[in-house]
Design a protein around this ligand. Structure first.
Ligand SMILES: [Zn+2]
Length: 579
């Protein structure tokens, strides 16, 4: 509960007709003295690095003074409204409506069962007044709807009136309003809850128990929980995603994805990931994200750490919390290595570039993405693992990547001071006890192949590779209306050299019809070096091209524990994987 100190910016949100997907927003600004008000709508939300143009869903904008007289306004840019106020207005009222029908963790969704509201996609701001307090009143909603938000209520009120100390806090506080179930639990004397919207097949008792374990092990590493309470908002629907906030997270997961053990554990990886962001990226922030600029892209090269290291820990913490064993963990890493090592883009884009260009690349995949990009989540996870292994070996297990996180928390996170890339490197090198410039050059700035076995050998773990017995053509197909369509073409592959492109329809190989399903099996009838006739429709033209198949490529990677590990290797492994 917070005391209401006369807030100048007061929002009121109403949803009189949820079936229309429209949210009605009223912003009352008190004691406005200036002749103009410049109001802006954020173009992106922290945690999801893409300009989403939230203003495109805004309609019916109007402004009036205290007597209800309309005020004139004009648009200055796509997300900027300027209102002419006259002078000395005791109150200015701005009204607009937002169409909300996109169910993701970073957009708005309203239907007859709920309203999920993302701060950046709802609230406008006056740039010079972002440090001011805001209140949000929830007005007309359906009678049986409940309100969940990490924002505290204004003290001494029964009304649905909430308080945000500044605009960042407002943006960081989602609203889940509607029919949902709430599951409360306590960790380190602090209240936590799962707020679940949507029908599902989850065992919520198990989720709550496992989440409490995860919260406890993550808190242990950082020496406590940096909030008063925390909400996990779960949308059980169709899809996958998570968005971190300072004392809440929004999760989207397949409503029937909880029964199968592997899928359940993947959900717990998501929980561990978003919760780790409580520290890494929500408080330990790269300099470019120290103060958010909601008006444009905020460029940083450090997402390999903010997201990649978080991805490394999202698999480590469930292991430490006892949710799965080391065998399962090594399987997860094997899968990640397979994804990385079968993505050609790892030879083209560095981790640094991947982070910096996220605004135009990672969130905008296209058919060529795998040829010229690498995800900073995926490679960042692997680089973080190698750093952890390296630090452990070089310090005789006295220190690990945990120590890096603890120092980053103490030095930058606690007071929310942005870190520079150089400061991050310095912290890691201090913990490791030696210069890592070659490591940075090879793996962050450059595209050198990660030398997994060099780093894994002291732990008695080996990366083994194998290849399928399918000669390599270099394309993958999907079925479109029963016809196989080329989804991806590998750079430099026989398929590309023969002129086959994304979107082509593959009709036959050597005169016999193929389908998306039997295509790979059909290739087994040939050998590397064979030149085969592939019949395609390309831009509606029927063509037959000759493709010379190559040797099968390595496409399966597996981490295995070596048979006769030395006592030292066994010790290292035990300490790394908590076994
Ligand atoms: Zn993340």
């Amino acid at each position: 509960m917070k005391d209401l100190t006369s807030s100048q910016f007061n929002y009121r949100l109403s949803i009189p007709e949820p079936e229309s997907h429209l949210l009605e927003v009223e912003l009352a600004i008190a004691n406005w003295q200036d002749e103009f008000i410049d109001l802006k709508m954020p173009v992106w939300t922290p945690g999801s690095y893409l300009v989403r143009e939230y203003a495109k869903h805004l309609q019916d904008f109007e402004a009036a003074n205290e007597t209800g007289q309309p005020l004139s306004w004009q648009k200055i840019s796509k997300n900027h409204w300027q209102i002419k106020c006259g002078s000395n207005n005791s109150i200015i009222k701005i009204r607009y409506r937002i169409f909300c029908n996109e169910l993701t963790v970073r957009t708005n969704h309203i239907d007859r069962t709920h309203a999920f509201l993302t701060g950046a996609a709802v609230f406008m701001y006056v740039p010079e007044y972002q440090q001011q307090a805001y209140t949000v009143e929830i007005g007309e909603i359906k009678e049986n709807w409940q309100i969940a938000t990490p924002l505290p209520k204004v003290a001494n009120t029964e009304d649905n009136l909430f308080y945000a100390k500044d605009f960042d806090t407002l943006v960081d506080s989602p609203f889940e309003i509607g029919i949902h179930n709430r599951y409360e639990f306590t960790v380190q004397d602090k209240p936590h809850s799962f707020v679940v919207w949507g029908e599902h097949n989850a065992d919520m008792q198990r989720i709550v128990k496992d989440t409490a374990e995860l919260v406890a092990v993550e808190a242990e590493m950082f020496g406590g929980l940096p909030y008063d309470r925390y909400d996990f908002i779960l949308h059980a629907s169709n899809g996958f995603g998570g968005l971190e906030h300072k004392n809440s997270t929004v999760l989207l997961y397949n409503r029937l994805g909880f029964r199968k053990e592997e899928s359940y554990l993947q959900f717990m990886n998501l929980v561990a990931h978003e919760f780790f962001h409580t520290w890494n990226v929500k408080r330990i922030r790269p300099k470019a994200l120290e103060k958010f600029d909601y008006d444009q892209e905020n460029y940083t090269s450090s997402l390999w750490f903010s997201e990649g290291t978080t991805s490394y820990y999202d698999q480590i913490f469930p292991l430490r919390a006892g949710l799965y064993d080391a065998t399962h963990y090594l399987k997860l890493v094997s899968k990640a290595i397979t994804r990385l090592q079968t993505t050609f883009g790892r030879n083209v884009q560095s981790l640094y570039e991947s982070s910096f260009d996220t605004w135009i690349k990672l969130y905008r995949p296209d058919p060529n993405t795998h040829n010229n990009q690498i995800s900073y989540y995926l490679k960042g996870e692997m680089v973080s693992m190698l750093l952890d292994l390296l630090i452990r070996v070089k310090t005789n297990n006295l220190r690990s990547l945990d120590r890096v996180m603890q120092i980053m928390w103490e030095r930058f996170g606690k007071d929310e001071i942005g870190f520079s890339e150089a400061e991050l490197h310095e912290v890691i090198e201090t913990v490791a006890g030696f210069d890592l410039s070659t490591f940075w050059n090879d793996y962050l700035y450059g595209n050198k192949e990660l030398d997994y076995n060099y780093y894994l050998e002291p732990f008695g773990v080996e990366l083994r590779t194998s290849r399928q017995d399918i000669p390599f053509m270099g394309l993958s197909l999907k079925s479109k209306n029963g016809i196989p369509e080329v989804e991806k073409v590998e750079f430099g592959s026989p398929a590309q050299k023969a002129g086959i492109s994304t979107g082509d329809m593959v009709i036959a190989i050597a005169g016999i019809r193929v389908t998306a399903e039997n295509f790979n099996d059909r290739l087994r009838d040939f050998a590397a070096g064979d030149a085969i006739a592939v019949t395609i429709f390309q831009q509606d033209l029927l063509r037959t091209v000759e493709v010379t198949l190559q040797e099968p490529i390595c496409n399966q990677f597996e981490l295995v524990q070596i048979a006769k590990a030395s006592p030292n290797q066994e010790l290292n492994l035990r300490l790394w994987l908590s076994i």
